[in-house]
Design a protein around this ligand. Structure first.
Ligand code: NDP
Length: 340
């Protein structure tokens, strides 16, 4: 198990998580509506950092805080080993909410646990492309951004789990797409060469983000898929076109700060008639089968590709999770707990 040591202030470190051994009962009572699952793949997601904050009734970000001394939890891909639930049987594969541990006892909940029926694609994809991050890109881009062919689209953290898909969706729609990421490898090998972005830049090497955006978007930005917040959001607002849309998916640059950064140009959204909308994928998971019908043909035709960064073994999970906040992951970060 990966145990949550205590509430975290400041930058998350590996020592905030402990590896623990315990024993599990490999049977669940008949009729208990629970299932014992073996976790195969775990998904490392930035929102998990926000679940490490001390609960504060005035902050909705802390509504689901982890419990000190207990295993942390997240999304994963699992195999049913024993079941007291009529809809699940031994050998079934599923993805959904599980503990960060080798075995979990779950109470399957509709729209939080999904049986896996398509196994002609890599099982690990159900942590990313075909899991929660995929749904995030789908709902965030098509529902929140109201995209139209020919529009200009900017994606930050563009090589990550969500961003790489948003960029490819936008290209499929016939948009002009630019992404930012934190290394040359991500910008050149992934964004430009693998995912087919029209342009991309390394935000760590730009002294002036406003100038970088002006260079890439001489006529301005119609859609911003916001993954990072902070200084990038400030610079983007300056470059948004009138009636632009911003999907506030996440703001990872703020998650480890004790005091969030100010966004100075927010006042301009009035004059530019910009719509900025936050969203939570949890509210869209009822559309999962619609998403699968949409995305699976593209994957099978090779029109959508997906890059994963795979950490081996539960012991490597704390470092993999912390690495998200240093940009160490190249593509979707996941942990292999077991391959069968
Ligand atoms: P990624 O796979 O993109 O990993 C996070 C990446 O963020 C890192 O690789 C790093 O890439 C970048 N990053 C880390 N720290 C900073 C920083 N200080 N400034 C700028 N970039 C930084 O993660 P996801 O694709 O899973 O998540 C992307 C965003 O989407 C996050 O904000 C997350 O919270 C949000 N999200 C929201 C959901 C929702 O329901 N609203 C659901 C899922 C995700 P780089 O090398 O480019 O710096």
């Amino acid at each position: 198990q990966v145990i949550f040591r205590d509430y975290v202030t400041g930058f998350l470190s590996e020592s905030d998580l402990l590896i623990n051994s315990t024993t599990v009962n490999l049977k669940v009572p008949a009729g208990s509506m629970t299932a014992l699952v073996k976790n195969l793949y775990l998904s490392c997601d930035p929102y998990m950092r926000n679940r490490m904050r001390k609960p504060d009734p005035s902050s909705p970000a802390t509504a689901m805080s982890f419990v000190p001394g207990k295993p942390i939890s997240g999304f994963g891909v699992s195999k049913v080993m024993d079941s007291g639930h009529p809809d699940y049987k031994e050998g079934d594969l599923l993805w959904g909410a599980v503990g960060w541990e080798e075995y979990s006892v779950i109470t399957p909940i509709p729209n939080l646990h999904f049986k896996i029926h398509h196994t002609d694609v890599p099982l690990s994809h159900y942590t990313g492309l075909l899991g929660m991050p995929g749904m995030t890109a789908y709902a965030g881009f098509y529902e929140i951004c109201s995209p139209k062919k020919g529009e200009t689209v900017f994606v930050s953290a563009a090589s990550g789990a969500v961003g790489q898909l948003v960029g490819q969706f936008a290209k499929l729609m016939g948009c002009y797409v630019v992404g930012s990421a934190g290394s040359k490898e991500k910008v050149v090998d992934l964004l430009k060469n693998k995912f087919g972005f029209d342009d991309a830049f390394n935000y760590k090497e730009e002294n002036d983000l406003n100038a970088a955006l002006k260079r890439c978007f001489p006529v301005g930005i119609d859609i911003y898929f916001e993954n990072v917040g902070g200084k990038m959001l400030d610079a983007v607002i300056l470059n948004m076109r009138p009636h632009g849309r911003i999907a506030a998916c996440g703001m990872i640059s703020q998650y480890n700060l004790q005091v969030p950064e100010a966004v100075y140009n927010l006042w301009l959204i009035t004059y530019k008639r910009i719509r900025i909308q936050g969203f939570n994928t949890i509210d869209y998971l009822h559309k999962y089968s619609e998403f699968l019908e949409f995305v699976l043909p593209y994957i099978r035709q090779g029109k959508i590709t997906y890059v994963e960064d795979v950490a081996d073994g539960l012991e490597s999970a704390p470092a993999a999770l912390v690495g998200l906040f240093r940009g160490k992951n190249v593509g979707k970060q996941l942990v292999v707990v077991s391959r069968d």
